[in-house]
Design a binder for this molecule. Structure first.
Ligand SMILES: C[S@@+](CC[C@H](N)C(=O)[O-])C[C@H]1O[C@@H](n2cnc3c(N)ncnc32)[C@H](O)[C@@H]1O
Length: 320
């Protein structure tokens, strides 16, 4: 029953985020009447979503007052640190509607291809939502992998640059290039404006399957991109990156790599539906599958290490 009613929990959480419930409660408990005034939401319907959030532990309700739980305050209250509000907005506005089509996609080998076809607002919501999700992974990579050996990192399909910002912040001698589709690059320029790391980041617009990739990097990051592509297109991508990479360059593949059965980590097995629906040809792949593709395309897999949550990194280097 918990799984079957999961859509109710998810949608209540999305709506609570959209109406700013956690922000209004940040640092101060409030009654239903106060919350109705602050959010502009009718009291009767506000109570339904607020009580749902209390039943799931996102809020505490005591003596007629609601307060944020520690997790809601930290991640959804709008304070400094990890902010997951853009991720929930992305899930609510763009991803949840696609899941209505899961049955059809499964029955027909279908799905949508969204990249490059979103409106400006959808692109911003998608890119900011993905970044909110991946910032902690970027921080883990910056801390756990030895970037001391590298001078220049190319982030292929690097979103709005959250990986480059985390790496360059921690490693002052490093420079970076962000390679992205024009629509995403436009969001990236706005997101990076004013950040000191931008002085060491070059943004190059292009389609990785049509345009030449920038040369000169000794480390190439491909994060959360393999899962939006079919096996054939991944082989093509690895070959293209290999053609541009100099001798001794390293490839860092960050993704939800699974075990050989595709069932662990469990979060990755569920995400496979997301990648099918949102990217049309996407899926989750096992570490063994991707290591095989690397060997076929001129890369030698070196190691596979955990990052945070279900994300991990496979490191490879060019074969001479
Ligand atoms: C799931 S997001 C990952 C973003 C980023 N690497 C991260 O982990 O935060 C996939 C990215 O691939 C980009 N992308 C998709 N197809 C592309 C293509 N053909 N060429 C370049 N970038 C592409 C999208 O614009 C999107 O930002």
């Amino acid at each position: 029953m918990k799984v079957a009613s999961g859509y109710m929990a998810a949608k209540h959480l999305f709506v609570a985020n959209e109406i700013g419930l956690f922000e209004k409660l940040a640092g101060k408990p409030a009654t239903l009447d106060e919350l109705a005034r602050h959010t502009g939401v009718p009291r009767r319907t506000l109570r339904i979503v607020a009580d749902a959030m209390a039943s799931l532990g996102f809020l505490n309700k005591q003596d007629g007052r609601y307060r944020n739980s520690a997790a809601a305050e930290t991640f959804l209250g709008g304070g400094p640190g990890t902010d997951l509000r853009p991720m929930l907005r992305f899930m609510n506005r763009l991803r949840y509607p696609h899941w209505v089509d899961l049955e059809a996609a499964i029955r027909t080998d279908g799905g949508h291809t969204k990249w490059g076809q979103m409106t400006e607002e959808e692109q911003r919501i998608a890119s900011e939502g993905i970044a909110a999700w991946t910032i902690p992974t970027a921080a883990a990579l910056a801390a756990d992998y030895d970037f001391g050996r590298h001078r220049h990192v190319l982030d292929v399909a690097g979103g709005i640059g959250d990986f480059l910002v985390a790496l360059l912040r921690r490693h002052p001698a490093l420079a970076g290039t962000l390679f992205e589709l024009p629509h995403t690059a436009a969001v990236a320029r706005r997101a990076l404006a004013g950040k000191p790391e931008l002085a060491r980041i070059k943004i190059v617009e292009g389609d990785l399957f049509k345009d030449p990739l920038p040369e000169g990097a000794d480390a190439v990051i491909i994060a959360n991109v393999v899962h939006i592509l079919s096996p054939a297109r991944n082989l093509d991508m690895f070959r293209r990156v290999r053609r541009q990479a100099g001798a001794g360059a390293r490839l860092l593949l960050v993704d939800f790599w699974t075990d050989p059965t595709h069932t662990e980590p469990a979060a990755a097995a569920l995400m496979a539906g997301e990648f099918l629906l949102f990217a049309g040809e996407g899926d989750v792949y096992s570490a063994q599958e991707v290591q095989g593709w690397l060997a076929e395309t001129g890369w030698r897999p070196l190691e596979h290490r955990p990052l945070n949550g279900p994300a991990s990194v496979i490191v490879a280097e060019t074969i001479a």
